[in-house]
Design a protein around this ligand. Structure first.
Ligand SMILES: [Zn+2]
Length: 240
């Protein structure tokens, strides 16, 4: 396959019908079905760390990237057992200054509180063979802050996660998917190898810049037929 889909998930949880932004929660049963569809079709779900050689064109195979933004506790409790059962890996993008807290940046939108992994929990995620990346220090819009804050958010998130977990942090995810040339340069200079966006589409090895990787949003209402179309047809590529 020429194009590599990188899936974007947030929360894996069952939530009531009237929740604000319910779409960000994928019920565990639906996530399990999506992973088993991939497995049945002969695909392997991979973290960005494991996907990197495929993106660079150094390896070829039936692979799909799996990412989780923000680092919700339910990624560990709900998604991890399903990933492990299928022999898959995934990347969780952590907000370095909010480990053990909750999604307070969403509060003014009326989005319900959702707990983020603590340091111990994120360590459990890593110990299970999963990968972590950085999602800034405070989950702010990096295109709308002064240069010093930008540098701090990008560099410090890398440094702080590396120190806390004694693990190389080489993969970044732009908060809200927002970036511009200045943000891109900062992420590049910080030493990140890849960065994922919220631009929609699949990644073409050696064509896409590694710091502007498009993804495929998987949300609450992504039923199996749509999931298949998103992963394996041009459906998302045309939405870029
Ligand atoms: Zn986020």
């Amino acid at each position: 396959m020429k194009n590599i889909p990188i899936l974007m998930y947030h929360s894996i949880a069952k939530v009531p019908k009237d929740s604000v932004m319910r779409s960000l929660h994928v019920p565990p049963s639906r996530f399990a079905l999506q992973m088993s569809i991939l497995k049945t079709l002969g695909y392997t779900g991979l973290s960005l760390k494991d996907l990197q050689p495929y993106l660079e064109g150094k390896k070829k195979g039936k692979v799909v990237g799996i990412t989780f933004d923000d680092g919700y506790r339910n990624n560990l409790t709900e998604a991890l057992p399903i990933l492990s059962k299928n022999g898959f890996t995934a990347t969780c993008y952590l907000i370095s200054n909010k480990l053990g807290h909750y999604n307070d940046w969403d509060e003014d939108k009326g989005i319900a509180r959702n707990e983020l992994m603590t340091i111990t929990e994120a360590q459990d995620w890593l110990n299970a063979g999963m990968d972590i990346g950085a999602h800034s220090e405070h989950h702010i819009d990096l295109t709308n802050c002064d240069h010093q804050t930008l540098e701090q958010e990008v560099l410090q998130s890398k440094h702080s996660l590396e120190t806390t977990f004694d693990y190389d942090i080489e993969h970044f995810c732009y908060p809200y998917g927002l970036y511009n040339n200045q943000v891109l340069d900062t992420v590049k200079n910080a030493g990140f190898i890849t960065a994922t966006t919220m631009k929609r589409g699949r990644s073409e090895p050696m064509t896409n810049t590694m710091l502007e990787l498009p993804r495929i949003p998987v949300v609450h209402h992504t039923l199996p037929h749509l999931f298949l179309m998103k992963c394996f047809t041009k459906y998302e590529d045309k939405r870029g």
